[in-house]
Design a protein around this ligand. Structure first.
Ligand SMILES: Cc1ncc(COP(=O)(O)O)c(C=O)c1O
Length: 424
């Protein structure tokens, strides 16, 4: 799971049984039209993806057929729902390549995963003078919790710079690592540049320096198979809503040895074994970190999303998204005054293309595209330091997923040209 390797196929797709049209048929929202009657061209997938019938139906069936609170009731519905919830954890344990299902915690998303580690592991292990390394390409979810931790403890956050192409400067990383480094918190893939980081090297070097590694896999999980054991990752978080799952659900993976030593993050029901008037005894993993009623139906929905991706297959996902990304890369670069952020080579990009258009504000561009039914994102994408690095405050971002088509990429390019001629 270092830098991913890519299948690149010209026009053909590797799975004859799977075509983009069959995938599109699975997504009811793609049949919707905008207020003006235009078909929806949804290119905001790095923010949130859409949902296939299998996820929607699975969640509906839990609510309509078998819903009750989990782990508590001694009755049929609760037992059934508990089984489905724990089965979802097993599915996600496989999805992650984790050794034990007790290492797989349901959270509300990547942000919650980082905050849980910062408070529980961080408050216990970080002290004054320690150093936490992050990178200049982090989403605010993977920087602010560490700044907060450093402030609580009198520690320092050091930011690994990017080179001019937007790649992580690995030489600077090596220089930053020292005996004071206690944690390295890095994204697996950038939500702006579309680039992947070399996780193998990052983890290896961090472990050599006796530092613990937290990986933000929000933009990796929808695109690449995960294998936390192979890499020896200490902590890894991702969000369900970026990989066809529902909102308000995500995963925090933690190595059992770490999770066992960490104090609970939130207190309440479910995370305790016993409570008396003098205090409480903590439950075993994973309940220890799942205080209160968990997002039961969302967890089951996330497992259905992981299963859907497994059925589509990573070979298809890689080849299709690589084709779209390359097509978009070439089409966008042919537009006068358009500058792409990130790697010059589209091969190996994470189907995210961020760009600026000379003399056109990204918000104006997004608005004009919206009038044509094309949904992109404009702004800083929760990565202000990254934009500051390139001397800009915002960019426009188009991001593709498995249901997008070559025609939609062409519509995007035509739409941008149209916007440019209107706005310049
Ligand atoms: C790289 C990255 N990290 C973290 C997050 C935060 O995810 P969530 O808002 O689901 O917690 C995002 C969301 O855009 C992201 O792209």
């Amino acid at each position: 799971m270092g830098r991913p390797s890519f299948l690149f196929l010209e026009e053909t797709l590797p799975m004859s049984a799977t075509s983009v049209q069959t995938i599109r048929d699975d997504f009811p929202i793609l049949r919707q039209k905008t207020a003006s009657g235009a078909p929806i061209v949804y290119l905001d997938n790095a923010a949130s993806t859409q949902h296939p019938w299998s996820v929607l139906k699975k969640m509906e069936s839990v609510y309509t057929d078998r819903y009750a609170n989990v782990h508590r009731g001694i009755h049929f519905l609760s037992e059934h729902c508990t089984e489905a919830y724990e089965q979802a954890r097993e599915t996600l344990t496989d999805f992650l390549g984790a050794q034990f299902s007790s290492e797989v915690l349901f959270t509300s998303g990547t942000t919650m995963g980082a905050n849980l580690v910062a408070h529980s592991w961080g408050d216990k292990n970080i002290k004054a003078g320690d150093e936490i390394l992050i990178s200049e390409m982090e989403h605010h979810s993977n920087s602010v919790p560490w700044f907060q931790l450093a402030k609580r403890k009198g520690a320092a956050v050091k930011v690994i710079p990017l080179d001019d192409k937007g790649d992580l400067n690995l030489n600077a990383y090596k220089e930053f690592l020292n005996e004071k480094t206690k944690l390295v918190a890095i994204t697996a893939a950038s939500n702006v540049l579309g680039s992947y980081n070399d996780l193998e090297t990052i983890v290896l070097l961090a472990h050599r320096a006796d530092a613990v590694v937290f990986i933000d896999a929000a933009q990796w999980a929808p695109h690449q198979p995960l294998n936390v054991q192979k890499l020896g990752i200490d902590f890894l978080a991702f969000s369900g809503h970026k990989m066809l799952g529902p909102t308000a659900i995500g995963i925090l993976y933690g190595k059992q040895t770490h999770l066992e030593e960490m104090p609970p993050f939130l207190g309440g029901g479910s995370m305790v074994k016993t409570v008396t008037n003098r205090g409480f005894e903590v439950a075993k993993l994973p309940e220890k970190f799942e205080a209160g009623t968990p997002p039961i139906v969302e967890a089951i929905g996330l497992a259905a999303a992981a299963e859907y991706l497994r059925q589509v297959g990573w070979d298809f996902i890689h080849a299709h998204l690589q084709n779209l990304t390359t097509r978009a890369h070439n089409a966008l670069l042919a537009i006068e005054g358009l500058d792409l952020l990130g790697p010059a080579d589209p091969i190996g990009k994470n189907s995210v293309l961020s760009f600026t258009l000379e003399n056109v504000h990204p918000h104006d561009l997004a608005q004009i595209l919206d009038q044509q039914g094309i949904a992109i994102r404009a702004g800083h994408h929760c990565a202000m330091p990254l934009h500051q690095r390139f001397g800009i405050t915002s960019s426009a971002r188009a991001s593709f997923y498995i249901y997008n088509t070559a025609e939609e990429v062409d519509q995007l390019a035509t739409g941008i040209r149209k916007a440019a001629s209107l706005l310049r």
